[in-house]
Design a protein around this ligand. Structure first.
Ligand code: F6P
Length: 321
């Protein structure tokens, strides 16, 4: 079927660079003589017919903004048979031939289900700070989030050194240790606690005590939210070592902010790739950087648990401490 009209939506957690992706999809699709509609608030907007036609000007001035001008949501209703049917009816009523879904693996799971059930052609653009889309090197927004977390860790380092304290810094990532590992290495942190690897707090504490005896008086331990709570770990370290240990939870700070050059560039290139993929008949897939080249990965693969090669990072953090 010839594609004449597409709709673009952002779903799940926002990620810096989503706006650049929306801009790219919209303007490139118009350049390719397609009509483009924007769906507000992700799947919720599809169910509730919150859809507006977009023109080139609809995406002016957004390339450097974090968040998503289309808004986003986590929509439980779309997971129900009734919710998905309503969304399908809205797609038909608006004569939408294909959807461009900008989001992470939860968004792709939903898009994959929509395709399987109603054969609505969907293409995904991976955007999530967690960098947890399987088969894809890096998601839009993860570089920005890592840089935001790294800036925070640099600031914490100043006070940790000055006051000779231990800090446990919790970063986001859901059940992925990607953000934790990259910031722990880049921030010169002493340890990373991640969901992909069992950790032994007694051994971390014994390193701290040994280090202290040799004059190493400040420590930063990064913990991925999926591996534990910074508050609990800091409390335990205080109890085991008797040393002053503080917790910092970076939280949603990591989700916002201006996208870095890398996140924007990726978003703009993937926006174009998504439209081209649709026009060449590729559906039920995500576009992405795969082995440093723009390519496609089936949704079925993209939604599997991503295994990150942690060993190199993990060992290097320890060696360089
Ligand atoms: O997926 C992005 C993310 O920020 C995760 O790192 C985090 O676990 C989750 O979203 C938080 O979601 P919410 O903002 O809906 O609580």
């Amino acid at each position: 079927m010839a594609i004449k009209k597409i709709a673009v939506l952002t779903t799940g957690g926002d990620a810096p660079g989503m706006n650049a992706a929306i801009r790219s999809v919209t303007r490139y699709a118009i350049y390719k003589k397609l009509q483009v509609a924007g769906v507000s608030q992700g799947w919720w907007g599809l169910i509730n017919d919150e859809i507006k036609l977009m023109d080139r000007r609809s995406v002016s001035g957004i390339i450097n903004q974090g968040g998503t001008v289309l808004k986003t949501s986590r929509c439980l209703e779309f997971r129900t048979v009734k919710g998905m049917k309503m969304a399908y009816q809205v797609v038909k009523a608006n004569s939408i031939d294909a959807l461009v879904v900008i989001g992470g693996n939860g968004s792709f799971t939903a898009a994959h289900r929509l395709y399987n059930k109603y054969k609505v052609p969907c293409i995904g653009i991976p955007a999530s700070i967690d960098n947890d889309v399987n088969g894809i090197d890096v998601t839009i927004g993860s570089d920005t989030a890592v840089n935001t977390a790294l800036n925070a860790i640099d600031n914490i380092r100043d006070t940790a050194t000055s006051m000779e304290r231990i800090f446990v810094v919790e970063v986001m990532g859901r059940d992925s240790g990607y953000i934790a590992l990259t910031v722990a290495l880049g921030g010169g942190c002493e340890a990373a606690i991640i969901p992909e690897r069992k950790y032994n707090l007694n051994s971390i504490c014994s390193d701290i005590v040994k280090g202290n005896l040799q004059g190493k008086l400040s420590w930063i331990i990064v913990v991925a939210e999926g591996a534990g709570s910074a508050v609990d770990i800091a409390k335990k370290i205080r109890k085991i070592t008797g040393l002053d240990s503080r917790a910092v939870v970076l939280g949603h700070v990591q989700r916002g902010g201006r996208p870095t050059a890398f996140s924007r560039d990726l978003a703009l290139r993937l926006g174009q790739a998504a439209v081209d993929a649709l026009l060449s008949g590729q559906i039920d897939k995500a576009v992405g950087l795969c082995g440093n080249k723009i390519s496609t990965v089936s949704f079925a693969t993209a939604i599997k648990k991503k295994k990150i090669k942690i060993e190199h990072w993990y060992d290097l953090i320890k060696i360089l401490t």
